[in-house]
Design a binder for this molecule. Structure first.
Ligand code: KDG
Length: 351
């Protein structure tokens, strides 16, 4: 009798154990909703998919990230607000979008500040950038990593622009960031802030004459179809910020948070590589699609920065001199170590 009971007991335990294993194996994945403004076939879109695949693999399918590209969930500002409200899980806006929440982000888009991507990577992935990301949780956001939007160039449908001082009266769409609006107006443009999803139609209808974006975006968003003139101005370096809603973040176990963070950094390096490759190839492709290309000379960058001095001084004070100057000091140190310091940055840091 006793042997039967113990046999029954062990069979019962086996059944409970196998049910537990099967129920874990069959547990429905938790789906995280991710939205971006660019198309799926861009470095931002491909890297987001790489990020999603890595997270799914490393969580053994517990987490699945569902990607909605091309502004399907709205423009950057709308998606950031959705993360803050806990209505969307992940997005990757241009850093300038975050300036109303954390003022320091405007400093990344200061015109003619970063000379090259190495400086940008070092500042954004270094102390300065990490200190700025650390201010996001109080805005109900968690910044996982800086990705790359890239150096921005000007396009327009009115005439070739060889010098930014020729911009008088040109209606140019800019991102919804007050520092950029003020800077473009100071340069002489009629700056029109507008969400990214509306830009193509606004260019086509001549609601605006021009816009400014990195070459991969000009190519992937087909702006060449409605913009005959390209000015290689490199007037701003733009970063993306890979964000997760703090409400989502707080609901995840530490192990999954660590997986998201490492996947974000791994995808960052791949995204920057793809973006730089696509940038190198894009100019010839844009010329082949009929764009007439003008360059501005380096001396002009210096004169524009002098022209913008009052505007940027205002934003330095608004952000807090200490915060911005620490970036310039880091930059100046980088340039002293690297290919010589830029006079504009050295002067800025000495203020
Ligand atoms: O999701 C990111 C896009 O919205 C991005 O391309 C933003 O550079 C941008 C722009 O010009 O609005």
């Amino acid at each position: 009798m006793g042997a039967n009971f113990s046999r029954m007991g062990s069979i019962g335990a086996l059944l409970v154990l196998s049910w537990a294993v099967m129920s874990t194996a069959w547990a429905a994945p938790r789906v995280l909703t991710a939205g971006i403004g660019l198309n799926a076939d861009t470095p931002q879109g491909k890297a987001m998919q790489r990020f999603a695949d890595t997270v799914q693999a490393k969580t053994q399918g517990r987490l699945r990230i569902e990607l909605h590209p091309s502004g399907q969930l709205g423009d950057d500002m709308k998606m950031v607000k959705a993360l803050q409200a806990g209505q969307q899980d992940i997005t990757c806006p241009d850093s300038s979008t975050l300036a109303p929440l954390v003022k320091d982000f405007s400093a990344i888009n200061y015109p003619f500040t970063f000379l090259n991507t190495a400086d940008a990577d070092a500042i954004l992935d270094g102390d300065w950038g990490q200190r700025v990301l650390a201010k996001l949780p109080e805005q109900k956001l968690v910044g996982l990593a800086f990705w790359e939007n890239g150096f921005r160039h000007l396009t327009n449908s009115r005439r070739p622009i060889e010098h930014l001082r020729e911009a008088s009266g040109v209606r140019v769409r800019v991102m919804q960031n007050q520092m950029l609006i003020d800077s473009f107006r100071q340069m002489g443009f009629d700056a029109v802030p507008m969400p990214f999803p509306k830009v193509y139609d606004a260019l086509k209808s001549k609601e605006v004459d021009g816009q400014e974006n990195p070459l991969p975006t000009i190519l992937s968003s087909r702006f060449y179809e409605v913009q005959p003139y390209l000015t290689l101005s490199r007037h701003v370096y733009s970063a993306f910020v890979l964000l997760i809603s703090k409400q989502t973040w707080d609901s995840l176990p530490p192990a999954d948070r660590a997986i998201l963070t490492s996947a974000a950094v791994e995808a960052r390096d791949e995204q920057r590589r793809m973006n730089r490759e696509m940038t190198a190839a894009a100019l010839d492709q844009l010329k082949a699609r009929g764009m007439k290309v003008s360059n501005i000379d380096v001396q002009e960058a210096e004169s524009v920065r002098r022209q913008l001095r009052d505007v940027l001084d205002h934003y330095n004070r608004d952000i807090g001199e200490g915060a911005v100057v620490s970036m310039y000091i880091d930059l100046s140190r980088l340039r002293t170590q690297g290919a010589g310091s830029s006079s504009a940055v050295a002067r800025q840091a000495s203020k």
